[in-house]
Write a protein that binds this ligand. Sequence first.
Ligand code: S3P
Length: 428
Amino acid sequence: MEKVVDKKNFKTLKGTISIPSDKSMSHRAVLFSSLAEGTSIIKNFSTGDDPHSSIKVCSALGADISFEDETTVIINSDGKLKQPQTELYCGNSGTTMRLMAGILAGQKFNSILTGDESLSKRPMKRVTEPLSLMGAQISSDEGKSPLSICGTDLHSINYTSQIASAQVKSCILLAGMQTNDNKKTIYTEPYLSRNHTEILLKHMGASIVTDNNTTTIEKSELKPINIEIFGDISSAAYFITAALIIPNSNIIIKNVGLNPTRTGIIEVAKKMGGQIDILEQREICGEIVGDIQVKYSELKACNIEGEIIPKLIDEIPIIAVLATQAEGQTIIKDAQDLRNKESDRIKTMVNELKKLGANIEESADGMIINGKTQLTGNCSVETYQDHRLAMSLYVAGLICKKEIIINGFEWVNISFPNFENLFETIKH
Ligand code: S3P
């Protein structure tokens, strides 16, 4: 689907919006509830395709899942997954596949995890290797999916990961929760990645403790939950950026998850001089939630590297757009894992922003962006089947001198089906 974006249709962004449900939390809520005996109620579940892949996989594994309305999910489970009758199709969702691999490795049956063209190209050795150390019987296609899993008894490990990945960490913690050797599984990562798994598992009764970058888990049973999922900071990032770079904008984004392992975009935007205020901070199931006010700002470049990277890994495409409007040179480093996302986000984002007139170069582990540049547009850009490319390029299109055409815009449905409509409500 082609989308035309033209800045002539509006002057500024003003108003209050509610952002859709957090994708990472939606996945975890449905996966963990399927392992808990009893009835769980999840409100404000994501309407994105990815969390729905998790629902389909859990249903195929015997969880009784129904919708009370579009975003309220009821899960009845006896806490035991059943042998699936088909392959488990994870669609585009790396989170579904990698977390499910940890769950299925310790079950009493065999299963096969598959995915779409993009997911089938993404690295799975990062989960198959540590799972094998736990005794899992799991085979891949040269480190890629499909993953064939013969469920078996797992034993605990003390594992230090080379990458700060919440998907890998969650996979190993979910496997560690099923071990039978009365020992603890200890997982250490180089920098703290998003910790929703740790917080939610603890909330559901798991025996889990975190100390800096090390998390320890023991064999645990989960209790069902009643949870209302907060808005996704990764979705809010497009609105935050747009308001910062479109003159005279002033918006409030309500009910956004503000877990410090996810708020790198706010830290960076503030460092660049962005006027961002957090209003009405509160707590939901151990997670911080608040409203964010963002105003148009004069921005200056900054360096983005090291331990902040996992806190903004999904926001780097939109941060690249932000950096084109900041005075000076923004250098993004230590983000090589961006090449393993839904597309090689270093290459794809640099390619497409160049077409729009940005002064941006690729490096092995990031990008170098020189600003401030008036983006020209007057061209078409590609999304590479990547939802975050589609949304980032849309925001870039809002500040281009001439219209742009985004090919493959339908990929926004992976995480944010209502993306454009929500923008329309604040365009004035
Ligand atoms: C996610 C973790 C991150 C992120 C992805 C969602 C999660 O991936 O990029 O969109 O929900 O755990 P990695 O763990 O591969 O960094």
